[in-house]
Design a binder for this molecule. Structure first.
Ligand SMILES: [Mg+2]
Length: 303
């Protein structure tokens, strides 16, 4: 029997270490083109010749969270129609007054809609009512899949930006959104973003927590899944409202604000965003901002 040489033993050690860190064949490592790579079974240093520490990538070095609506995509009309449909189905009333959607979760939107439309609710009924609404909203959205593609749009540069960030060393990307999880995944899938982002983790509107707390929870999830200490993993939240900027600060993340939503660049700057972009069209600019704010030394120096 042939004995493994020194290099072979080192490779085997790195593989075992990656497995011990929880890396599986379903890990989210990617090569520079954004294609998924199987870290555990790939012959380390052979498949990724430009990526000498394949096993190392299974441990997360930085976490990037994307907001979805008006940061990556615009599906406003379809979302409004689905909300009105689900509201009517659950309450038996038309949605005559629609609250502000930007920066709000589906849960917040529902409760505010109840108030604005004078629907009487007992506190004891709320949990059940919310569960039924979320179920109705999922069905209403599924029914509109074709509209999503036909009437919705990717915002300029969004796909290229997410793909470019996927090439940063040790990065894991996910979402922090007010949309309930099944609908968030549906939105991402409609525009080819679901395979680049890790939606097993992430913060969604199905969880009725303030967004800052949710961000902290996503950092915890990422830490658990990828085996990296939460406090040592720089995180950045890329989103389009001042409320998102505030959530990033509460959740211990850096913030990049994109003025592609309802709020102007000056407002986002005023809210304390650490980088403000007009949109995502300049891929190099997005990549540089993410890299700067999540580089371990830079992230720590600014805390
Ligand atoms: Mg948004």
């Amino acid at each position: 029997m042939l004995r493994a040489g020194r290099a072979g033993r080192a490779r085997a050690f790195r593989t075992r270490r990656a497995q011990a860190r929880g890396a599986t064949s379903a890990c989210h490592c990617r090569d520079r083109t954004g294609s998924r790579v199987n870290c555990v079974s790939c012959p380390l240093r052979r498949v990724l010749s430009n990526h000498a520490q394949c096993a190392r990538r299974c441990a997360i070095d930085r976490l990037v969270l994307w907001n979805i609506d008006l940061t990556l995509i615009d599906v406003g009309k379809v979302a409004r129609d689905a909300i009105a449909d689900a509201f009517n189905r659950v309450t038996g009333r038309p949605l005559a007054a629609l609250p502000q959607l930007a920066g709000r979760s589906d849960t917040e939107i529902f409760f505010e809609s109840l108030y604005l439309n004078d629907v009487p609710t007992g506190a004891a009924e709320d949990a059940d009512l919310l569960a039924r609404y979320c179920h109705a909203l999922e069905s209403a959205f599924a029914k509109r899949h074709d509209d999503l593609v036909r009437e919705g749009r990717l915002l300029p540069g969004a796909h290229d930006a997410v793909l470019a960030v996927a090439g940063l060393p040790g990065v894991v990307q996910t979402v922090l959104t007010g949309t309930i999880k099944p609908n968030a995944v549906r939105k991402l899938a409609a525009f080819g973003l679901d395979s680049i982002l890790d939606t097993q983790i992430g913060g969604y509107g199905s969880d009725a927590y303030p967004r800052g707390s949710l961000l902290l929870e996503v950092r915890r999830q990422a830490s658990e899944k990828y085996g990296a200490p939460i406090e040592e993993t720089p995180a950045v939240y890329i989103a389009d409202t001042a409320r998102d900027v505030e959530a990033a600060a509460i959740g211990g993340a850096r913030s990049i604000a994109v003025a592609s939503g309802r709020e102007m660049a000056a407002e986002l700057d005023e809210a304390g965003a650490e980088a403000v972009l007009v949109d995502l069209a300049d891929t190099a600019q997005v990549l540089a901002a993410v890299d700067r704010l999540t580089r371990p030394m830079e992230a720590n120096a600014n805390r």
